[in-house]
Design a protein. Structure first.
Length: 211
């Protein structure tokens, strides 16, 4: 039996992680076998890499170094968690996947996109989600929500300038336009329940379940 692979993408502060968790909970309540993952992380090695790439303030990282670290964590996650779960017929709900590297390190920081795609293919092979939910909103919304996180733990990407977030958003929308069969763009500047309802309808259509 082959499982179903769903991923969530989007800018900071738009509720992507919350929506991934809500979907996983809904599917579990319906009796589906669900595995939820996050990037970077999800394995012992991935969580160690997460500390370095996101929270090691004393360790500056070039965009290329960031991409390689993210890809290393992703390769381990795919081998250790995602592929076995799919082989067992489970639904995998991923909080970020390789599109984050293309959007952030590629479009956002200017790293070579073809190089990033090559590294990504080496890390994950041909494993692509059936659906990717892109939570999208204007950069003003992203910045306003990040401002509400004052006092939170230092994060490498939260102090980045407006232009960076504009490039990331543009990158995500370009990725979505290039693969309309995979991406579902969700308006993230709305109440959480409405966003969750839209995602649930899309997943129900994919799985053949009632809305």
């Amino acid at each position: 039996m082959t499982g179903v692979f769903l991923s969530f993408e989007g800018g900071e502060g738009l509720g992507k992680s919350l929506q991934a968790a809500r979907l996983a909970e809904t599917l579990t309540q319906r009796g589906r076998a669900v595995v939820q993952t996050r990037e970077p992380g999800g394995t012992a090695a991935g969580e160690r890499i997460r500390e370095i790439v996101l929270h090691a303030r004393e360790a500056p990282l070039s965009p290329e170094a960031q991409a390689l670290l993210f890809s290393a964590a992703r390769a381990q996650l795919v081998r250790e968690v995602i592929r076995p779960a799919l082989a067992a017929g489970r639904i995998v709900v991923a909080d970020r996947y390789f599109d984050s590297t293309l959007a952030y390190q590629g479009y956002g920081h200017g790293a070579d996109l073809e190089g990033l795609r090559a590294v990504t293919h080496f890390a994950v092979g041909d494993l692509v989600p059936q659906r990717t939910f892109l939570i999208d909103a204007p950069v003003e919304v992203v910045l306003a929500r990040l401002a509400q996180r004052e006092g939170a733990r230092w994060d490498r990407f939260h102090g980045t300038d407006r232009d960076f977030y504009e490039r990331v958003r543009d990158g995500y929308l370009r990725l979505a336009a290039a693969e309309p069969h995979r991406f579902v763009v969700i308006d993230g500047d709305r109440p959480e329940d409405r966003i969750a309802a839209d995602i649930r309808r899309e997943v129900d259509a994919l799985l053949g379940a009632p809305a």
